[in-house]
Every structure is written in structure tokens, then in C-alpha cells.
Design a protein around this ligand. Structure first.
Ligand code: IPE
Ligand code: IPE
Ligand code: MG
Length: 247
């Protein structure tokens, strides 16, 4: 798929990616899993650059799930080290490209040095008006919904919120993704047909694209293929074809 064949007006505003398959990529090469994560990080750099060039509004990357804390300690530690390395080396480039960094998830669970680097990146890029790079760290969709509901519950107790005022717009404002549009396209690499607790609320009408390509092998070309596929979809949002055509 050639980038030039993409229709600019029909590009998604928000792409979310479940970057999966680092371990299997390493295993296939008889390497340690961390080598897969390391290669995966290089792919992140490339994909961020491509999405920035495509003028995307939001790119959400699932980097570390709440469930991933249960992995062997050595792997978690190595992932945290990689994350720090990514942030240290990329903050300047993100800023130069007018990219605004955002993080979603239960950030309190992250080691202190990681949190402070994440906050530093968010602070440095907060006034940027280009693409939002939304990184999910220690993230779970259910956990996010529980945090939102708990906060709303507190406000009900103090009479700041009426239960009858709760609607989809209000709940969305209490999620970590408040202010961001819902993803138009969700890409998952490595062939798994599941969402693994990612953006459960937000993907209600998101188009899904799964590729067998493992994340460390994911190339520009694979992203263009996903976008080409997306552009051929008909998004109906519950309406009939006839209704969509007359809109
Ligand atoms: C995705 O790759 C990266 C993270 C979940 C942090 P995996 O580590 O899940 O790779 P596989 O699924 O074992 O191949
Ligand atoms: C999802 O991948 C989480 C990330 C990509 C960060 P996992 O590898 O953790 O998901 P499962 O266990 O295959 O569902
Ligand atoms: Mg996996």
C-alpha cells in the first residue's frame, strides 16, 4: 500500500494501537523477551513519526497494562527502564514536532523516577498544538471506569452532582481520556482477536484492524495497509445505509 493512495479527508482522527507480540518476536529468534521490547521501542519511534507526518490528531499507544504488573519482576523492571530511556531520548524530538504528550492509567503505581519523567514530558509539551501522543501506562479500561465512577460518587455525596445528571458526556469527562475524541481505528498486532482491557468505554464504535505482523516487525507500510482498510469501511453507527448516504 502506497501512502499516496490514502485519501487525506478520510483518515482517522484518532488511532489506538495495542502493540503486541514483542515476546514472540524475540522467541522466534531465540532472544530474551526484552530484546523484543527493545526492538518494539524503535518501532514506536517510527510510528509516532509517521502519524505526526499524517497529521493525526491523537495516537494512543497501549504500552503497559495493569495486568502486565503480574509479569516476572525482571521483565517489568526492564520495561520500566526502556520506558525511561524512551522518554529521555524522545522528549526533545516530540516537543520539536509540536507533539503534546498525555498519559492515561493508574500512574501512581509506576516507579517514582518513571512518573517524574512522564510528568516532565507532559509539562514540557503541554502547550503544543500538534498531535497528542497518548500513552497508556499501568492502564486498564475497567480500572479507569471504576476511578471515574468513584469520583462521581464522591461528588454525589457532597451534592456537587445529581445522579440524574449522569450521562455519556459526563462520564467521558471523568475518564483519563477526557477531552480526547474516541478512537476511529484500533489496531492490534500479532493476531490476537481481543481488546485486553484497552479503552473499553471509548471503543464503542471504533473500527478494529488486526494484523498477524508482530509489533517489532510493524512497518510504515503496515500502518498504511491498516489505514487503507479503514478507508474502505462503512461506519454506520447503528443507522441504515440509506440514512448514511443521505447525511
Ligand atoms: C507487548 O508484547 C508488549 C507488552 C505487553 C508490554 P508482549 O510482551 O505481550 O509479547 P507477546 O504477546 O508475549 O509476544
Ligand atoms: C496487551 O498485551 C497490553 C499491551 C500491549 C501493553 P498483552 O500481551 O498483555 O495482552 P494479552 O495478555 O495477550 O491479552
Ligand atoms: Mg502479548
Amino acid at each position: 500500500m502506497d501512502e499516496k493512495k490514502l485519501i487525506k479527508e478520510k483518515l482517522p482522527k484518532h488511532i489506538a494501537i495495542i502493540m503486541d507480540g514483542n515476546g514472540r518476536w524475540a522467541k522466534k529468534r531465540s532472544l530474551a523477551r526484552i530484546m523484543g521490547h527493545r526492538k518494539g521501542m524503535e518501532v514506536v519511534r517510527e510510528v509516532v513519526r509517521t502519524c505526526h507526518e499524517l497529521d493525526l490528531e491523537v495516537l494512543s499507544l497501549y504500552a503497559f497494562s495493569s495486568e502486565n504488573w503480574q509479569r516476572p519482576r525482571s521483565e517489568v523492571k526492564a520495561l520500566m527502564t526502556l520506558l525511561k530511556r524512551y522518554l529521555r531520548s524522545e522528549i526533545a524530538e516530540l516537543h520539536k514536532n509540536n507533539i503534546k504528550m498525555n498519559a492515561i492509567g493508574d500512574l501512581k503505581r509506576l516507579p517514582e523516577d518513571v512518573v517524574s519523567l512522564v510528568h516532565e514530558a507532559i509539562e514540557k509539551t503541554k502547550d503544543n498544538k500538534g498531535m497528542v501522543l497518548n500513552v497508556a501506562l499501568s492502564y486498564s479500561g475497567r480500572g479507569e471506569i471504576i476511578r471515574a465512577v468513584t469520583e462521581i460518587g464522591q461528588k454525589i455525596l457532597t451534592h456537587q452532582v445529581q445522579p440524574s445528571a449522569i450521562d455519556e458526556t459526563m462520564l467521558s469527562q471523568y475518564l483519563d481520556t477526557a477531552g480526547l475524541p474516541d478512537p476511529d481505528l484500533l489496531i492490534r498486532t500479532s493476531g490476537e482477536l481481543r481488546v485486553s482491557n484497552f479503552l473499553l468505554w471509548q471503543i464503542a464504535y471504533t473500527e478494529m484492524y488486526v494484523t498477524d505482523v508482530l509489533w517489532p516487525d510493524f512497518k510504515k507500510e503496515d500502518l498504511y495497509n491498516a489505514l487503507d482498510d479503514y478507508q474502505k469501511r462503512k461506519r454506520r453507527f447503528g443507522l441504515t445505509d440509506e440514512q448514511i448516504r443521505s447525511n
